[in-house]
Design a binder for this molecule. Structure first.
Ligand code: AHR
Length: 516
């Protein structure tokens, strides 16, 4: 990997020289006033039976010539392990409200073949079911978030699936699980009841869903140590009225309310927008749309602070990410799209938003892990490529379970295109579990670098090192032919009298560990 030495200049140099084209942004981190812990689960993933998100992209089956461990492809699992994926949500999405868990257990060659009515009407072989999912969870060393079926399922099916997965001892479902190869109970960390119940999950009103939630959640019973945290499905695009109704009327056990919101550059227009080959209008509209996540979370937090001041319920943003027009020539219901530098910036902006709301946001799951929407990994047959989104998830690993720190930003220029304007720079800081101070930086401006001058109140910054992700074009992306077009490069900075000045390139994301 090539070292990029970005210029490190003394603070105030631009002013002394009287002329300096590069803007300076002043950042002050207050290391003496630690905030809430950033739950590592905000770096969670989502995998759905959709297109090649499971079949082909992750699961190839034990007989495949593609190297695999009990059916899960080794290249993808190996790459994902480096992200320290904290939690994986499965089997949907919309698919969850059509899913019959009993179809996915027992000998694979005897499982019923169904039609995936949500996603292209293709064959669903049920080759991946409960046991296979938990094997993936084990291989990744992650936590399981299983999404139950409220749409077409019943309280009995939910109760029995929970019993099948978690019961110890002599229940007939525990014995069936043992006969199917897993005598020990599975650990279900989270269990969701329904998905987008206002839409694909049943076109329900908040009131109807809440009644069903209370009913079904009552029958999620297991031993106290095996009890999953229950997640209630949220409203359309973070609908506050839905959150309000739910939070006032939940009577059964619940730990979180979900929130879904996708970044769509063409929002309000005829198409969602292209994944690559877009103009600057689509660059800025995507970033602005991503920043809207902050408004949605803030509005939901404000409402929950009224309805749930004791903070019984957290917010699980269990679907987020970019949603573009599908890659031309692919099945449009497979939601396959390319992933560019723009996606990396969208992801980093989301991380900063989740960090800022760490007091209420307990989980977030990007949609989706492989081959679908804003994926970490794209595959084609036996080939695999890591996307810019993958790299940015890897860069932010030190923020998992770190303690958020207050940050003051002064002099942040606006980046404008046409009638749209957004802050050019986004900053997030946290004290990592390693004791180090970590800094995340985004420069949304695709033309101009910015000098970020960093001071740490209550400490002396000495130096910083980390990595920066940028490229020469807004839609730079990795392909099977050129897998390293967008790669993080190492970045170092040293301080002058406790002040670090980092030149942040145009259209970039940087993560630095600060030595004090
Ligand atoms: O992630 C794709 C789909 O988007 C999910 O199945 C659904 O919940 C959402 O509308």
């Amino acid at each position: 990997m090539k070292w990029i030495r970005l210029p490190v200049i003394a603070a105030g140099m631009c002013a002394a020289a009287m002329a300096c084209a590069t803007q300076q942004v002043d950042v002050e981190i207050d290391a003496a006033r630690p905030g809430p812990v950033i739950n590592r689960n905000v770096y969670g993933q989502f995998v759905e039976h959709l297109g090649t998100g499971v079949y082909g992209g992750l699961w190839v089956g034990p007989e495949s010539p593609i190297p695999n461990t009990r059916g899960w492809r080794d290249d993808a699992v190996g790459a994902l392990k480096a992200l320290h994926v904290p939690v994986v949500r499965w089997p949907g999405g919309c698919f969850a409200d059509d899913y019959a868990w009993r179809d996915g257990i027992g000998p694979r060659d005897r499982r019923p073949v169904k039609i995936n009515a949500n996603w292209g009407g293709v064959k669903e072989t049920n080759a991946v079911g409960t046991h296979e999912f938990f094997d993936l969870v084990d291989q990744l060393g992650t936590a399981a978030y299983v999404n139950g079926n409220v749409g077409t399922g019943s309280a009995r099916e939910i109760a029995e699936w929970i019993e099948y997965m978690t019961a110890d001892g002599q229940s007939s479902l525990a014995r069936l699980r043992a006969r199917n190869g897993h005598p020990a109970p599975f650990k279900v960390a989270f269990f969701g009841l329904g998905n987008e119940s206002w839409g694909c999950g049943g076109n329900m009103t908040a009131r109807h869903y809440t009644d069903l939630y209370n009913h079904d959640a009552t029958f999620v019973r297991t031993t106290p140590d095996a009890m999953p945290a229950l997640i209630a499905a949220g409203g359309l695009d973070g609908d506050v009225a839905w959150t309000d109704y739910l939070s006032r009327h939940i009577r059964a056990n619940a730990s979180a309310i979900s929130l879904h919101y996708y970044t769509v550059p063409g929002r309000g227009g005829k198409t969602k927008g292209a994944a690559t080959g877009f103009g600057e209008d689509q660059w800025i509209s995507a970033l602005k749309d991503a920043l809207h996540m902050d408004d949605l979370i803030a509005a939901n937090v404000a409402r929950l602070d009224e309805t749930d001041p004791g903070k019984k319920y957290t917010i699980a943003v269990d679907e987020w990410g970019t949603w573009y027009d599908p890659t031309p020539g692919t099945n449009p219901r497979f939601l396959q799209q390319q992933n560019s530098l723009r996606d990396a910036l969208v992801a980093a902006l989301h991380f900063h938003i989740f960090h800022a709301h760490a007091a209420r946001v307990s989980m977030a799951n990007i949609a989706q892990m492989v081959n679908v929407l804003q994926a970490m990994i794209l595959t084609d047959g036996d080939r695999m490529v890591l996307t810019p989104t993958y790299h940015v998830f890897r860069m932010y690993v030190p923020f998992q379970d770190a303690t958020a720190l207050p940050v003051k930003v002064a002099g942040d220029p606006q980046y404008r295109f046409g009638a749209t304007a957004i802050p050019a720079v986004s900053v997030s800081a946290a004290r990592g579990k390693d004791g180090k101070l970590h800094l995340g930086l985004v420069n949304a401006d695709p033309h101009d670098a910015v000098d970020v001058a960093v001071q740490v109140a209550g400490a002396q910054a000495v130096a910083a090192q980390g990595s920066v992700l940028t490229a020469s074009t807004m839609d730079a992306h990795n392909t099977f032919a050129a897998p390293d077009a967008v790669l993080p490069a190492p970045l170092r900075a040293s301080a002058d009298h406790g002040k670090l000045v980092v030149r942040l390139p145009a259209k970039s994301v940087a993560v630095l560990a600060i030595d004090e």
